[in-house]
Design a binder for this molecule. Structure first.
Ligand code: ADP
Ligand code: MG
Length: 410
């Protein structure tokens, strides 16, 4: 068990809190604040305990190889776009420090009073963040007395703010702990890492087999059944010799798919019918196939009605369900039936613990009104998959102190 914020004394201490405020932006405004909202319980708790809170988060991607690109990326991913939203949630006592000047940052942190919060600029403005740079990590570590990890969505990254800083603070003998969001995520996802109850059914979809090979392999050991839909199903269907028309296939993954189908013979369930179109960008003809075969000149964009029924049957009585990857191109409502059908099938299982790990699948479930019906929707797409792949381990969480070690200063 990792030390949590309940186990440490934060009164009047400077707490460096790594959060995940990497929210989607449109016209420089956050369009979905779920990740900010999910971080609030930890922030509020620390405020009430009288901590001085320094928030660190990355936002978007910054290319540091080409100077012109760096400037463009910085302009697009300024934490200043997120700060007003955070202020709305936190209210009085919230400050934002846009400057990258270390003296200014230090002074701003030193000025904090108990219960106040300061958000620093995008961590990726610093070239050293993604390199886990020692000098940068030391600067951040020296700002604070305590480190708290609550950025579940970034916990699979060994970056300065997620890994370098807590490593140094551990060495300095300063407390490190996880926040409430990470605690909640770990508790939920652990059930999908080692299933204590069966049947454990995994549902996989989305685009790429190649992105998800490791998790697919991991699930073959852990789950009792794996239901596969979405674009990735076509690679498996082709590997089985089924005609898939013009559907996108990852030719370089066919061998993997064959091997996987062979090893997992009794576990893997593939679609039995499809929704197909004649052109991806400009579909003028939509067909529902009778069986799994896709005619030439057509490509599959959703699983069919019979497949939804089949998957629903497979889900009956499931005790644990893990879902990653939409069943079709759900962004277009005409091809969203499979994904909606799966949301319904999963959430209608009584007595089952259901988890979504995957950015797009989570967005789909929320968009279709199923947010409250799942047991847990992870805030981390990549992190949740890596946690399953790596048997419950993520570097940004592993580096946090264990609870036993800290009992005497708790
Ligand atoms: P997640 O973020 O949940 O892990 P992915 O990023 O792997 O999921 O995949 C999401 C994308 O997969 C969606 O944008 C969706 O449109 C696409 N997709 C699903 N099924 C198909 C399909 N049959 N053909 C093309 N794209 C698909
Ligand atoms: Mg995605």
């Amino acid at each position: 068990m990792k030390k949590t914020i309940n186990d440490i004394d934060v009164f009047s201490k400077v707490v460096l809190l790594r959060v995940d405020f990497n929210v989607p932006l449109k016209n420089n405004c956050p369009t979905d604040c779920n990740r900010i909202i999910e971080a609030l319980p930890t922030i509020k708790f620390l405020q009430e305990k009288g901590a001085k809170i320094v928030l660190l988060s990355h936002l978007g991607k910054i290319n540091h190889k080409d100077q012109e690109k760096t400037e463009q990326d910085k302009a697009k991913n300024d934490m200043g776009f997120v700060a007003p939203k955070v202020k709305e949630y936190i209210g009085e006592g919230f400050f934002y420090c846009a400057s990258m000047d270390r003296k200014i940052i230090k002074e701003a942190v030193n000025k904090l009073k108990n219960g106040e919060v300061i958000l620093l600029q995008n961590t990726r403005y610093e070239k050293g963040e993604e390199k886990n740079d020692l000098e940068l990590s030391t600067f951040w570590a020296d700002l604070a007395d305590v480190y708290v990890m609550d950025a579940f969505g970034s916990a699979h990254r060994k970056h300065a703010s997620t890994y370098g800083v807590p490593s140094i603070m551990n060495e300095q003998g300063k407390p490190t702990a996880i926040g409430f969001l990470v605690e909640k995520e770990v508790q939920a996802l652990s059930k999908c890492v080692v299933a204590k109850e069966h049947p454990y059914i995994a549902i996989l979809g989305g685009v790429k087999v190649s992105d998800k090979i490791k998790v697919i392999e991991g699930l073959l050991e852990k789950a009792d059944k794996i239901l596969i839909g979405g674009a990735m199903a076509h690679t498996f269907l082709k590997a089985k010799g089924s005609p898939i028309g013009d559907s996108k296939v990852e030719e370089d993954q066919l061998d993997f798919a064959k091997k996987f189908l062979d090893i997992g013979k009794n576990k893997i369930v593939l679609p039995i019918d499809q929704v197909v179109i004649n052109n991806f960008d400009n579909p003028t003809d939509i067909k529902y196939t009778e069986d799994v075969k896709i005619p030439d000149g057509y490509l599959g964009v959703d699983i069919g009605i019979k497949t939804v029924e089949l998957f629903k049957k497979e889900l009956e009585g499931a005790k644990i369900i893990f879902w990653n990857g939409p069943m079709g191109v759900f962004e277009n409502e005409k091809f969203a039936h499979g994904t909606i059908g799966i949301c319904k099938a999963i959430t209608s299982q009584k007595n089952s613990f259901s988890v979504i790990g995957g950015g797009d699948s989570a967005a789909a479930a929320i968009q279709f009104g199923y947010k409250k019906k799942f047991s847990h929707i992870s805030t981390g797409g990549g992190a949740s998959l890596e946690m399953i792949e790596n048997d419950g381990h993520l570097p940004g969480i592993d580096i946090i102190e264990d609870n036993e070690k800290s009992e005497n200063n708790a």
